[in-house]
Design a protein around this ligand. Structure first.
Ligand SMILES: Nc1ncnc2c1ncn2[C@@H]1O[C@H](COP(=O)(O)OP(=O)(O)OP(=O)(O)O)[C@@H](O)[C@H]1O
Length: 248
């Protein structure tokens, strides 16, 4: 199996506060890996270290076998291969939906406007937002904005998609439409790393689940292992608090 990302002994501290301690895991091509855990356990920080929005304090992140934390590594080139979806959408409010999905392709990937628009239209259709190309973000619901954000990230032809709690800022009735898009994406073979509080979703779509607790990986395994047979007391306690349906 082709390994895309391999994280070894990753640490992150803010001053004396150790937020991530000795994190080790890898992601293979086509895998969907969900990161779950209580608030403050370090999930978002881990994702932000992977896409270099935060600088790790120690350890290595290998991308296709090359350590991207090595000073000589081309950061911009690495970032091109990652698609990021944030809790707060981060759309350009002054641009319409189509332009939101086009600018990055033209600026970063140097695609022609025509090529970029074709790509954007394809993914806007995939997420069911092709009817809204002229709308500005403020005219859209949260769920619609997040679907545009997903289309924008996909338009960059990423190797890996990173999702940082993509449904946490949504009204409950809009969570489903975003999860559906993500589920279809997972089924299409897209490699994905997802930080989420949606336990039922994580259970359903993930090939592997990483349970974080106080900055360490407390448990890692297939969804059956994590959700149906959580061996560790803290995982069991966490799931009891967060799962609607209790694991058997
Ligand atoms: N920029 C920062 N400066 C200082 N401390 C930070 C910073 N960012 C995060 N932290 C701390 O790091 C810890 C982990 O935060 P992080 O946001 O990664 O947790 P999380 O598991 O994603 O939580 P949540 O589920 O609430 O989003 C927390 O104690 C947080 O206060």
């Amino acid at each position: 199996m082709e390994q895309i990302i391999d994280i070894q002994h990753l640490n992150k501290s803010y001053g004396t506060h150790e937020v991530l301690r000795d994190i080790n895991f890898s992601v293979n091509k086509g895998e969907v890996v969900s990161i779950i855990g209580s608030s403050g356990s370090g999930k978002s920080t881990l994702l932000r270290c992977i896409n270099l929005l935060e600088k790790a304090s120690g350890g290595q992140i290998f991308y296709h076998g090359k350590n991207i934390l090595d000073n000589n590594h081309n950061v911009a080139d690495y970032r091109k291969h990652l698609g990021m979806v944030f809790q707060q959408f981060n759309l350009f409010n002054n641009h319409n939906v189509l332009k939101n999905c086009v600018v990055g392709q033209v600026k970063v990937l140097k695609r022609s406007k025509e090529e970029a628009e074709k790509m954007a239209m394809h993914y806007l259709k995939v997420v069911g937002m092709d009817k809204y190309i002229n709308a500005k973000p403020k005219q859209l619901s949260g769920g619609q904005k997040q679907r545009v954000a997903i289309a924008r990230a996909l338009s960059m032809s990423p190797d890996v998609m990173l999702f940082d709690e993509p449904t946490s800022a949504l009204d409950p009735e809009m969570v489903g439409e975003v999860l559906k898009v993500m589920k279809d994406l997972a089924n299409s073979g897209q490699t994905m790393i997802i930080v989420t509080h949606e336990m039922e979703f994580a259970k359903e779509v993930s090939d592997r689940v990483i349970f974080m607790d106080k900055g360490v990986i407390a448990e890692e395994g297939g969804p059956d292992q994590i959700f149906h047979n959580p061996t560790q007391i803290r995982t069991r306690e966490f799931l009891k608090r967060t799962l609607v349906t209790q694991p058997s």
